[in-house]
Design a protein around this ligand. Structure first.
Ligand code: HEM
Length: 475
């Protein structure tokens, strides 16, 4: 049976739960692809990786502390306990690098940028870039987010009471946010070619095949030839946009991420980025930031479309604040419910469903002995639905993330990873998701047109298995 197919899923079901004040409330449990009953065989595993990586973990994985599989001549270990995860992502992080498949698949888009860098080069890039995405920069970026969101909402207003492909609209919006916050440029001119290339990449080059995992990145596979041709086209497009941006007059106060990155200096050496390095960082930010944000918002809206009461709470909260570009930063602290919905959507549908690392040298994690090149997986998808870590792990309950709720267990909630390689854009991503969700719910009532279950499918990010149609009604 195709485990990614709708037939394999349980329908979304409401279940009773006890609220903190003792009342019984009904929680919505969204549908998911059924996990296999036992560990998949080698061929099935490879196929699942290509078609829906969420189905590589058997039912037991959601209860166990860890599991080990022998695949392609090395061990692959899934870790679910805080100490083990802390060990890999924090204590001994220098002993782990990105997997060869991740490097092979993502290099064409990110070049030598931060995401795939390693060792000293990573350290230098990270400390140079981090201040450009720090909380104090958020007002500059929030302004761009609000501007792009206003335009998108005006366009959506023309589609009210009709069938709308919301995911497509959100992808355009996230790309517009990326473009404006990066370059202060509207993406009308470049958006279609950028989206076209990113689609080509997702459809043709983003799936891992056997040799992609087997061979070290220095030995090209057949698909790598296409990936190289793709990289040349993609980097040409980024260079065209940079040229247009560089033609703008320089200003003293930074307008956008590009100004911040261009001015960024390594605090230790004082060195900045060369033009090629700057291009690769820009490409990295676009890849790392835009699809993840689009799907995060998509899942938040899909959940709210199925739980109208919760949607109304977000709308009421948004109604009380001014989300216009100059006021939006001040509104952020007054949107706790919206933020809780975003956090809960990131728990149930983490866009980065798994963090994969390869051991550089031997290591020991509790009883597990790792050899060089063994693979470690820390899977937010599994962790966020783990039965020992969460109460009603599969149900949608934003109250878990309200300011008065106890914090989630340590290292059980990792939508942005953890440790030194935690997402450098996390603040930006959260600001973006909260502003967009509040703005959309303030203006529209969002519902799904039919009741076909919307199932998550993971290839590079956690996406829906089909493009569901939505209806927007003006509030
Ligand atoms: C909802 C949106 C986002 C999610 C869920 C997300 C998730 C993640 C995760 C899980 C990692 C760590 C990967 C690992 O440890 O293997 C990561 C890294 C990264 N993210 Fe994000 N991200 C999001 C948005 C963004 C945005 C908006 C940007 C840029 C503006 C960005 C830039 C990066 C970069 C450059 C890295 C690599 C950091 C490093 O290796 O030092 N991300 N992201």
């Amino acid at each position: 049976m195709d485990r990614g197919s709708p037939e394999a899923s349980a329908p979304g079901i409401p279940i009773g739960a006890l609220a903190t004040d003792g009342r019984t409330v009904t929680l919505f449990t969204p549908p998911v692809p059924l996990p296999p009953d036992k560990a998949l065989g080698f061929r099935e595993f490879l196929r699942a990786l290509r078609t829906n990586a969420l189905t590589i973990w058997p039912r037991d994985a959601y209860r166990q502390d860890s599991s080990v599989r022998h695949l392609l001549g090395r061990n692959t270990v899934l870790l679910n306990t805080p100490d083990a995860i802390h060990h890999v992502l924090v204590d001994n992080h220098a002993n782990y690098r990105r997997s060869r498949a991740s490097v092979r698949l993502l290099r064409p888009i990110t070049g030598q940028g931060l995401l795939l860098s390693h060792g000293e080069s990573w350290k230098l890039q990270r400390r140079t870039i981090a201040p450009s995405l720090a909380p104090r920069v958020m007002p500059i970026l929030a302004r761009h987010i609000a501007l792009a969101t206003q335009d998108a909402i005006d366009a959506l207003a023309a589609e009210t009471d009709r069938s709308v492909n919301l995911l497509a609209a959100l992808r355009s919006l996230a790309l517009d946010v990326a473009g404006r916050s990066m370059f202060s440029l509207e993406m009308r001119q470049h958006g279609p070619s950028m989206r076209g290339l990113l689609r080509e990449f997702a459809e043709r080059y983003a799936q891992p095949y056997l040799f992609d995992m087997l061979l070290p990145p220095s030995i090209p596979t057949f698909r790598d030839l296409g990936r190289r041709r793709f990289q040349a086209k993609w980097m040409r497009l980024i260079e065209d946009i940079l040229r247009q941006r560089l033609a703008e007059p320089e200003v003293e106060t930074p307008r956008d991420l590009f100004d911040l990155l261009r001015a960024a200096r390594d605090p230790e050496t004082g060195a900045g980025f060369s033009p090629a390095e700057l291009r690769d960082q820009v490409a990295t930010m676009i890849l790392a930031g835009h699809e993840t944000s689009a799907v995060a918002l998509f899942w938040a809206l899909t959940l709210l479309a199925q739980v109208p009461d919760e949607q109304d709470k977000v709308a009421r909260e948004a109604d009380l604040v001014d989300l216009s570009p100059d006021r939006v930063s001040a509104a952020m602290p007054h949107l706790p419910r919206t933020r809780a919905v975003v956090n809960e959507a990131l728990r149930l549908y983490p866009p980065a469903f798994t963090l994969v690392r390869e051991a550089i040298g031997p290591d020991r994690i509790g009883d597990i002995v790792l050899r060089r090149n063994d693979v470690v997986m820390i899977a937010p998808w599994v962790l966020h639905r783990h039965e020992a870590l969460w109460d009603r792990p599969n149900s949608f309950d934003p109250s878990r993330f309200m300011p008065n709720a106890p914090p989630p267990p340590r290292f059980a909630y990792l939508p942005f990873g953890a440790g030194p390689r935690i997402c450098v854009g996390a603040q930006f991503a959260l600001t973006e998701a909260v502003v967009m969700l509040a703005s959309i719910c303030k203006r529209f009532h969002v519902s799904l047109i039919d009741d076909r279950p919307v199932l998550p499918v993971a290839i590079i990010t956690t996406q829906p298995d089909h493009m569901p149609q939505f209806r927007l009604r003006t509030r």
